[in-house]
Ligand binder design. Structure first.
Ligand code: PLP
Length: 398
């Protein structure tokens, strides 16, 4: 019998990580695998940020810090929110942790009681559902329509609300779809929430800078709901800092205090050196991000140019982040040249790994069982080669 708790047996490993493991195993056998499974910028962290970290080490800034982060960093985060988002927080409303991931987990565990329903805009980022499970909450996925670029509408939200609804969660720009909510769309969502004063929102804005439409809007800007929004952001994507493990949330002071308390029992503060790096990043503004975004946009266009040429693949245009999320339902039920039927997106992803040697993530992990997610955060030549191979492999199915 397993020694593991019932709680753990309900949690699954992220499909994104599982798929990249499979790709690595194949690569270890000498196969030329192109992995488009992880959401990882392929840029270096900007030099000025690395320098700040080196300086922190040299100055001996290597001790425990306050759990929610050093005062200068929390102030710099308040300044960032004020400057870029027109959101006005005090440092006691900011909690810095080990990535946006911890900020999200802090928020969910602080707000959700057993049996509470959490409406998760779907397709959603893989970890939302598992975090809700860890909190003994109930995920209520609401799937955005392909025709609406997978964006959930206010009417869909309203229809999913029950007396047990406690929280809604979404990301914009969205992982996995790249969809960006406009001010108007968020305004309609805010209007629904305004009618339901018990419901909170977690707005995951980690891809804020990777936005090709220009305007990023925060749900917390609508005064009628501002108090009930936890805004999550960080450094991993915009500053290419995935390995540094730093992200943050901004919330009403009592909720921020709860997140601080929770974090104090799990991890304490994130790394002191990383916090100095984060401080330098924010003080440097978003110029370095803008360079990366230009490359992400170029790659998006490059990839869309190729995939739109593949018959039966339906790919909405991502407005941000660095993924494409095509609908592949036309290929389900087809046969490989060996006569094996592809029953679902998991089998299709495995087929593409084995036949095209390209790793993608099956959409069911994101609540979208007719899609596959491909990261476009790879070098241009790699992307061209990957989608050339995919076209050939998909073409063999009939
Ligand atoms: N939220 C979304 C939508 C993400 O895609 C990711 C990372 O892939 C995260 C949060 C976590 O970010 P971090 O690396 O800062 O923990």
């Amino acid at each position: 019998i397993s020694p593991l708790s019932a709680r753990l047996s309900r949690i699954t490993e992220p499909a994104t990580i599982a798929m990249s493991k499979k790709a690595r195993e194949l690569a270890a056998q000498g196969v030329d695998v192109i992995s488009l499974s992880l959401g990882e910028p392929d840029f270096q962290t900007p030099q000025y940020i690395k320098d700040a970290a080196k300086q922190a080490i040299d100055e001996g800034f290597t001790f425990y810090t306050p759990v929610p982060g050093i005062a200068e960093l929390r102030q710099a985060i308040c300044d960032k929110f004020a400057r870029e988002n027109d959101l006005h927080f005090q440092p006691n409303q900011i909690v810095v942790g080990t990535g946006a991931k911890q900020a999200l987990a802090n928020a969910v565990l602080s707000l959700v009681d057993p049996g509470d329903e959490v409406i998760v805009f779907s397709p959603y980022w893989v970890s939302y559902e598992e975090m809700v499970k860890l909190a003994d909450g109930i995920t209520v996925p609401v799937l955005g329509a392909l025709e609406n670029d997978y964006k959930v509408t206010a009417a869909q939200l309203e229809a999913a609300i029950t007396p047990r609804t406690k929280l809604i969660m979404y990301s914009s720009p969205c992982n996995p779809t790249g969809a960006v909510f406009s001010k108007e769309e968020l305004g309609e969502i805010a209007a629904v929430l305004a009618r339901h004063p018990r419901i909170w929102a977690v707005a995951d804005e980690i891809y804020e800078y990777i936005n090709f439409v220009g305007e990023h809007y925060s749900l917390a800007r609508f005064p009628e709901v501002a108090e009930r929004v936890v805004t999550v952001n960080g450094f991993s994507k915009g500053y290419a800092m995935t390995g540094w493990r730093i992200g943050y949330l901004a919330a009403r002071a009592d909720v921020a205090a709860a997140c601080d308390k929770l974090q104090s029992q799990f991890t304490s503060a994130t790394c002191s050196i990383t916090q100095r790096a984060g401080l330098a990043a924010l003080r440097g503004g978003r110029a370095s991000a803008d360079e990366m975004v230009a490359a992400y946009r170029r790659r998006r266009d490059l990839v869309l140019g190729i995939v739109r040429d593949i018959p039966d693949l339906i790919t909405p245009t991502p407005e941000g982040a660095f993924y494409i999320f095509p609908d592949v339902s036309a290929f389900l039920g087809r046969r490989t040249s060996e006569g094996v039927i592809i029953n679902d997106v998991n089998e299709l992803a495995l087929y593409l790994l084995q036949d095209a040697h390209v790793a993608a993530v099956p959409g069911d992990a994101f609540g979208a069982p007719s899609c596959l997610r491909f990261s476009t955060a790879s070098a241009d030549e790699k992307l061209v080669e990957a989608f050339r191979r995919i076209k050939v492999s998909l073409g063999k199915l009939n």
